[in-house]
Design a protein around this ligand. Structure first.
Ligand SMILES: Cc1ncc(C[n+]2csc(CCOP(=O)(O)OP(=O)(O)O)c2C)c(N)n1
Ligand code: SF4
Length: 255
């Protein structure tokens, strides 16, 4: 649990850690957008007052230790199976608020089937999809979302679509289905986008509370370590290059 540090006399607290976050430090690399996204999810849980009845599903990938970062219950799913695990928990206990937090290797590669079918069934869960275009945890291999021409450890000459396929646009695919209530793509490379991403996360949780069904927030993220960029360069790469292939905005919103 978090320990609230007393504010010395004469000072005012202007910023603090969300109640939903524990005192365990993040294990993300410095400058990685995972840290911003994890915090936004925690802020949303605080603001909705749902901490005591929220269950998160942790992925395999750099967010694998999510259960340590949060003060709510967590289940660790096998690689890619988060939406299936979330489905089981939500159906057994509809009173709980259930969310998954998954990278693109987890959700858009090994977990594609689970994601598509949970969305198609309109499961009343919230999915946070962190798309950094790479397998971060395992050393920077190509993901389905890697950009054409992007160098990774398994595409050292750059991704060649005719050989390796084209970037998989999960959000566009899911938006065609009848099941989902809300599909949106956001980013966190600057403050205005962080504010919008937070709004989208809140909406995705509110949809679940209102029983509207499957809501997925894709968030374009960075991997400065494996992209071999500084955090600032990585943010610019998302703003200038990644958004060309993965445009930001809502893809489906039943209202
Ligand atoms: C069944 C199985 N296959 C492969 C792995 C190895 N593995 C661990 S993390 C990972 C990819 C993670 O990439 P991503 O989901 O994009 O998350 P990131 O680390 O970039 O946040 C893989 C392939 C595994 N743990 N389990
Ligand atoms: S390896 Fe990449 S995605 Fe993983 S924490 Fe480090 S910078 Fe972030």
């Amino acid at each position: 649990m978090s320990v609230e540090v007393a504010v010395p006399k004469g000072y005012t607290r202007v910023f603090s850690k969300p109640r939903a976050l524990s005192d365990a430090g993040f294990t993300y690399c410095p400058g990685c957008h995972h840290g911003i996204i994890t915090r936004l999810v925690a802020e949303a849980i605080d603001e909705l007052g749902i901490l005591e009845r929220t269950v998160g599903i942790a992925p395999v990938g750099c967010a694998v230790f999510l259960d340590r970062f949060f003060n709510c219950d967590f289940v660790q799913a096998a690689h890619g199976r988060a939406c299936a695990v979330a489905t089981g928990i939500k159906r057994a206990r509809p009173d709980l608020v259930v969310f998954t937090y998954q990278g693109d290797g987890d959700l858009a590669a090994i977990g594609t089937a689970e994601t598509v079918h949970a969305a198609n069934r309109g499961e009343n869960i919230t999915v946070i999809f962190v798309n950094n275009g790479i397998y971060g945890m395992t050393g920077g291999e190509m993901a389905p979302t890697t950009l054409p021409g992007q160098r990774t450890t398994t595409t050292p000459a750059g991704r060649e679509p005719r050989l390796h396929g084209y970037p998989l646009k999960i959000s566009e695919m899911l938006a065609q289905l009848d099941g989902p209530a809300y599909i949106t793509r956001q980013a966190v490379f600057d403050h205005p986008h962080i504010v919008k991403a937070k709004r989208a996360i809140l909406k995705a949780f509110r949809n679940q509370l209102d029983g509207k069904g499957f809501s997925l927030v894709e968030i374009l993220s960075t991997c400065p370590t494996n992209w071999r960029m500084s955090p600032a360069e990585a943010g610019r790469w998302v703003a200038e290059e990644v958004t060309e292939v993965f445009p930001l905005g809502d893809l489906k919103d039943v209202g």
